[in-house]
Each structure stands twice: as C-alpha cells, then as structure tokens.
Design a protein around this ligand. Structure first.
Ligand code: EPZ
Length: 418
C-alpha cells in the first residue's frame, strides 16, 4: 500500500513541467490499433492508466516498447478482437478498444469497463451510436458482442456530448466506408488532438472542437510520429495548489486556452495569472475569495475533473460557495475526508455548500478516486500539521511523479510504502 505523508504549510514556488494529457493519450494509444504500421508517441508519462492501456494493446497482439518516454507501437502482428474483464476492469478507457476493434477487425467482444468509482457511467450512448452506423450488438453475461461487418457511414445524434462516445464513434468511423457525422459531440481539446493524430495517419476527420464531427472513411491508416498535448487537469491542479498555499509558480508546457475557465475563476478569487506561449505563471499573495457558485459542465465550461481540487480551495477561501456536480452522481467522496480536516461542507443531492474556514488541519484520509485524491493532496499541502493520504494508487493513475514535482516547488510531501 502506498501513501502520501504531507507536512503542510509551505508556499509553492518555482517551475513545474506539465506532463502529456492522460485523457488525450488514452484514445490516441487505442487509435494505434487501427494501423499495421509503426506509431511513435513521444512524451508518454508514467501513468498507471496509460500502462494498463498498453497492456490491452499487447493483449491485442501489438508490439509495444517504451524507451524513456517514447512509446513505439507496431501493429502488424495484431490478431485479437476480444478483451475480457481482467483488463477492461482496470480502466474506463478500455471501452475505446471497442471502436478500434470494430474499425480494424469489423468485430469485437469486450467486457464492461472499470474506472474511477464516481457514478453510474453507462455506455449506452457508445452502443447506440455504433448501432446507428450499422453495428450489430448483443449484450450478454457481462460481455458486449459486436458484428461490424455491415457498418457504413451514417448520422449519429448524441443525447449528451459524451467524451467517450465521441472517441469510440471516431475510432469506429475512420476506416468505415462512407461519411459518418456525429452531432452534439464532445468539444474537449483531447478530441481535437485525436482528430489531428488520426489525420496525420491519413484519416479524414474534421470538425473536432465544434459540436459536429464529419468523418470520411478511408481504406488504410499509415505510420505516424506524435507528441500529445499537455494535461489541462494536471495543470489546473498545480494552479489551484498555488492558490491554496500561496507563492508563485510557472507551469511549463501548459496550454493557457485549455484552462481558460479555471483561470478566470482563479483570477476572480484573487490570483494573478499571466502567460507567454506555453508558459503560464500564477502568483497568489493573499487569501483567496470564494466563488459564489460553480457548476461542472462539459468543456469549455468548468471541468468535473477539477471539482474536488476546486472544492478544496473553496474550503480555505473567505466566504461561501455553492458547487453543483452535474456529471457524476457520486463524485463527492472527498467531502467526508475534507470535513475530517476541518472543512465546513454540507452536501444535498448534487449540490455542495462550502463555508470557508481559516485553516484546515492535518488528518489521516483516503483517496477514493483520482481527482478526489488530488483534492486531498492540495488540502494536505495547505493544512496545519501532518496529513496521511491512503489509497494513492488512484492518484498514480493520472499524475506523473506528483510528489517529486511538488517537492521541487517547496512542498513537504513523501511517498511511503507499507
Ligand atoms: C471522460 O470520461 C474522462 N475520462 C473523465 O475523466 C471525465 O470526467 C469525463 O470525460 C467528463 O469530462 C477520459 O477521458 C478517459 P463522458 P467519459 O462519456 O468519457 C454520461 C478523470 O478523472 N454518459 O463524457 O467516461 C456519464 O454517465 C476522468 O480523468 C452516459 O449517460 O465521460 C456522465 O454523466 C474521470 N452514457 C456523462 O455522460 C454514455 O454512454 C459524461 O461522461 C456515456 C456517458
């Protein structure tokens, strides 16, 4: 069991390099299943979720090697279009194998995906969209059986701009004959990066970043060399950390535009944020003010993946804040842990009412999922005394060397193994 031990109270100062985006890389790695040629991906961080996605590729018969941070994938040996619970339960993005298998093999058998325990997280939109393209799908005994032999381009209307469904439909559509149009799709920057990656392989995808994506099917995809975009949620986590602890940090490899919503909130809260190319600097010299009301929504609005970290900030800001979590039914598991640290929070259904306190105090807490864990790390960094965070395996899914990077910024945090 791994834990973080934090002695809070230090300001954060210095520079931090933001790693590549986890949620950008996962679809890109899945997309490599679509070609038998070599894919070279640079700046691949050491996230548990990425390593588990690579396991799915290896299971599919692709040859993956990682040298330093460069991942080399050779797909000419791929020979399997089935993946079972042992691997799919490890991460939500295992569901991307479905679209990729349908694209390459025109068939798939896949078990239901796992992932962070933050809500129901159904995959009905993925399956309905694939059916609209002509896939025949049977769900039986925890497995999804898909026959894509009759798939053709078509129109798909998503009820909700789901990131995962958009990714799966793109993956299934690029090698499918005809034109596929996805309406009300997700507009996240990670979808744009997937489009750019696929187009660099010879696909014909346009519209990513808007609410309509059009895919003209091609026969084959070819080799590619790629560097993914940086992780906006990791960047946001460091920015919120600086707002909570005080200090001045420069985030390198940070795309300002991808975090504009958060930056606007942090500026309103009293932080000073500037940027020059891909360097964003945040300075916070006084106690932040609460933001009266925030709601999580699909991009470009406030990201649910920053809700726990932002809630930690509201806990120590002056005033009151109302937070509404619209995406996930149970993404408030950090609340009882923050309360153990002295926070004043009341939750009613999907709404949290936070009254800022002068100080949080160190306590023994548990990370229930990736971003909840990140929120607790930030709370620990600004709390008085020692905080122990248990179950940090969740945090390692999506933060690369978090403790090392925070130590470089002056934090007193250690990873310990029992
Ligand atoms: C992606 O998950 C991210 N994961 C999540 O990040 C993120 O929280 C989420 O998008 C929203 O931004 C990856 O990119 C790997 P959705 P995804 O499909 O694709 C409902 C993190 O911490 N829905 O956009 O699973 C669903 O229940 C993770 O890094 C359906 O009802 O998200 C949810 O309420 C956690 N039916 C909403 O849509 C479906 O078929 C958004 O889900 C699909 C989704």
């Amino acid at each position: 069991m791994k834990k973080y031990l934090i002695n809070g109270g230090n300001a954060l100062n210095g520079e931090v390099e933001i790693e590549s985006s986890k949620n950008g890389l996962l679809p890109i790695i899945a997309a490599t299943i679509l070609t038998d040629e070599e894919c070279i991906i640079h700046k691949v961080p050491n996230f548990l979720d990425i390593n588990n996605m690579i396991k799915i590729l290896e299971h599919t018969g692709l040859n993956c090697t990682k040298q330093d941070n460069t991942l080399i994938i050779k797909g000419d040996t791929a020979n399997c279009s089935e993946v079972g619970l042992e691997l799919t339960s490890l991460l939500r993005s295992s569901i991307y194998a479905l679209g990729a298998y349908l694209g390459r093999f025109k068939k798939a058998k896949i078990s239901y995906p796992g992932g962070c325990d933050i809500g129901l997280r159904p995959i009905d939109l993925h399956l309905r969209g694939l059916k609209d393209l002509g896939a025949k799908i049977i769900e039986q005994h925890g497995n999804i059986y898909c026959d894509g032999s009759q798939m053709r381009g078509g129109k798909v209307f998503l009820d909700f701009p789901s990131v995962g469904a958009t990714v799966n439909l793109i993956l299934a559509g690029v090698l499918t004959e005809g034109t596929t149009t996805i309406y009300n799709c997700a507009k996240e920057p990670e979808i744009i990066d997937l489009q750019n990656f696929l187009n660099a392989m010879g696909a014909k995808v346009k519209g990513a970043g808007s609410s309509t994506i059009v895919i003209n099917g091609v026969n084959k995809l070819h080799k590619v060399e790629w560097t993914p975009i940086s992780d906006r949620i990791v960047a946001g986590t460091y920015m919120i950390g600086c707002a909570m602890c005080g200090g001045k940090i420069c985030l390198n490899n940070c795309i300002y535009e991808h975090n504009q919503y958060l930056i606007n909130l942090l500026s309103r809260a009293g932080c000073n944020i500037t940027h020059k190319k891909n360097k964003v600097t945040i300075e916070c010299t006084k106690r932040t003010k609460c933001i009266q009301k925030i709601e999580t929504m699909p991009y470009p609005a406030f990201a649910t993946d920053l809700q726990p970290q932002f809630m930690a900030l509201q806990c120590v800001s002056s005033g009151n804040s109302i937070i509404v979590e619209n995406l996930y039914e149970t993404r408030y598991k950090h609340v009882p842990e923050l309360i153990k640290m002295g926070a004043n929070i009341i939750v009613k259904n999907q709404t949290a009412f936070v009254s800022g306190v002068d100080k949080l105090y160190g306590a023994e807490v548990k990370a229930s999922d990736l971003r909840a864990g990140a929120g607790l790390v930030l709370a620990g960094l600004c709390a008085k005394g020692y905080t122990t965070i248990n179950s940090i395996e969740h945090i390692l899914r999506g933060y690369d060397n978090l403790e090392g990077k925070l130590q470089n910024l002056g934090a007193n945090i250690k990873l310990i193994e029992d």
